[in-house]
Write a protein that binds this ligand. Structure first.
Ligand code: FEO
Ligand code: CA
Ligand code: CA
Length: 561
């Protein structure tokens, strides 16, 4: 059965810290549905929930970060800010994750931020969009700048007088870049090496029960290309988008993994057992016996949903990787030893993991419409998976898929799949990407419509205007509605929503503002409106009355006993 107490016993993406565990999440039965929960709430609680009003923000194409009434923001850190005398914050921040240094103080801790990819025009002054430019024109100095700007950052941040600030030169502050050596957590070398050079394409991520960060390598093929195989299993190489391999010939097989970062000592490792693909995220659940279940999506059209179940406690190495057949509700094992069809094609388990996509297809895994972020609903125990879109299959607006594991057991080998929420004009959002649950179980969703398709009259995204942040209240008169609460600057995407442990701050990345810029003198966005007029990706802290009210529902119930 789904054990809610277990779920919140470690910091999940909703940052359900021990000091702020919503009592209603710990106090209810294992399979309580939201509607049954309402019956259990006191009259006063229900009245207050009914009274919670969230004013929706209208869709906007304005070049600014706009917020609904009751919310405000300040910038915590942005591209090129010094985090220490020797290092600066990277580009295109995505996943954020905050871990307090001391559980008793939710206002002082370590913030992890992913740096997903570069726009060479801004980072290395290489205009890849110019028709006469080819990637071969790039210099090693330009490539080095680009490789420094991806990966991730650890920064110590503190909140004082309502404002989060970076503690510059804190000993924890450090960068992980496309040149940082990172060991591969596997018994046999991959492409002859036991250590990969660098991490790149760091999109979303996760957190472990032992308080380390997980950063996921998504579109790695852009960096050093990809090895592909024909029907006779003969390999060839597809080049990367950036031309980095002209200077650094790193094997593509070293990327596409889950990377674990220990912010305390700066150590890192790549978890091979979890498989290799365009990995969006890694969402963990700790079972009663401390074994780990890890869910991940492969964000490419017609790719798959995976889960790893460890065979020993706390391991991200010993265990079995499965891929989802959502039609028949089955988790299919990617175990070389027990699957004859895998033995026929691949030499060993390592090859299955490196070529996980091909192995998944051989087993008959279901093609999905770009599985992105995954979160576990703290109220129902269902696993929600964003399916962003799949234009090839005429799915322009995407949906959120609901996985109900059999008997609520996360290590089950069967499940039921259904649509939780569909994108489109009726529900007011398109292309769901990141998901987060707040302390009261409300669902927050960011959208990721492509920069070159937004606000275009001939595209189906026109009515939605700029990318946005939405909330789906779980209580009150707006229960189940999708309400827009933030609108991004031009061309930007809002990513990496993460609540502070006291539920009073929502950390959020503003990624790729002004991405459609072709000339630095006339950028398509100027956010965050620095003097130089250059748009900059940044992490903001969203605070305000509305966030506090939405996160206080549990405390209302506490006061009623
Ligand atoms: Fe980097 Fe799938 O978003
Ligand atoms: Ca994403
Ligand atoms: Ca995305």
């Amino acid at each position: 059965m789904y054990d809610r107490r277990k779920f919140i016993s470690f910091l999940g993406k909703a940052s359900l810290g021990a000091a702020t565990i919503p009592p209603f999440l710990t106090g209810c039965g294992n399979t309580t549905t939201p509607s049954e929960r309402f019956k259990q709430m006191g009259e006063k609680t229900l009245k207050r929930l009914q009274d919670l009003v969230i004013e929706s923000l209208a869709a906007s194409d304005q070049d600014d970060l706009l917020l609904a009434n009751g919310l405000n923001y300040h910038t915590v850190i942005k591209w090129r800010d010094q985090i220490s005398d020797s290092d600066s914050f990277g580009f295109n921040n995505d996943f954020t994750c905050f871990i307090p240094l001391d559980q008793s103080n939710p206002k002082d801790g370590l913030l992890w931020v992913n740096h997903e990819y570069v726009n060479p025009l801004f980072v290395s002054n290489f205009n890849s969009k110019h028709p006469n430019n080819h990637k071969e024109h790039r210099t090693i100095e330009q490539v080095d700048k680009e490789m420094y700007a991806v990966g991730g950052s650890v920064v110590r941040v503190k909140e004082e007088n309502g404002k989060w600030e970076v503690v510059k030169n804190d000993p924890h502050n450090r960068r992980f870049t496309a040149q940082t050596p990172i060991p591969l957590n596997w018994d046999t070398p991959i492409e002859g090496k036991t250590t990969a050079i660098g991490t790149n394409s760091n999109c979303s991520g996760g957190i472990t029960p032992w308080n380390t960060f997980l950063t996921c390598e998504e579109n790695y093929h852009d960096c050093f290309g990809e090895t592909v195989y024909d029907k006779n299993n003969v390999s060839s190489k597809i080049p990367g988008l950036y031309g980095w391999e002209a200077f650094y010939n790193y094997p593509p097989e070293h990327y596409g993994w889950v990377v674990e970062i220990d912010p305390k000592d700066g150590s890192a490792q790549k978890h091979v057992a979890l498989g290799r693909f365009a990995r969006e995220c890694c969402t963990l659940y700790e079972l009663e016996d401390k074994r780990i279940v890890a869910y991940s999506g492969d964000d490419k059209a017609d790719e798959h949903l995976y889960k790893f179940v460890s065979s020993t406690s706390g391991s991200l190495k010993e265990g079995t990787l499965y891929v989802a057949d959502t039609i028949n509700g089955k988790w299919l094992s990617l175990d070389w030893e027990s699957q004859p069809i895998l033995k026929e094609k691949f030499k060993n388990q390592t090859e299955v993991l490196v070529r996980a996509r091909e192995a998944a297809k051989l087993l008959g895994a279901t093609e999905l419409n770009r599985p992105e972020d995954i979160e576990i609903d703290p109220i129902t125990g269902n696993v929600l998976v964003s399916l962003t879109n799949n234009k090839r299959k005429n799915d322009y607006h995407g949906s959120i898929l609901k996985i109900e594991e059999t008997n609520g057991k996360f290590d089950a080998l069967t499940f039921k799949a259904s649509t939780y929420l569909a994108g489109g004009e009726e529900n007011g959002f398109s292309c769901p990407d990141n998901l987060a649950f707040d302390l009261s179980g409300n669902l927050w969703i960011t959208s990721d419509m492509a920069g070159n398709a937004m606000n275009k009259a001939d595209e189906p995204y026109m009515p939605f205007k700029n990318n946005s942040l939405f909330v789906v209240p779980r209580y009150g008169k707006d229960q189940g509605k999708v309400i827009r609460v933030a609108s991004a600057p031009r061309d930007a995407e809002l990513t990496g929503p993460w609540f502070s442990p006291d539920g009073k701050t929502l950390f959020l990345s503003v990624q790729h503002p002004g991405e459609q810029t072709t000339d630095l003198r006339t950028p398509t966005s100027k956010w965050p409106f620095d003097e130089d007029g250059i748009p900059k990706p940044a992490v903001v802290a969203i605070t305000g009355d509305l966030i506090e009210k939405m996160n206080q529902l549990s405390q209302i119930e506490t006061s009623e006993g």
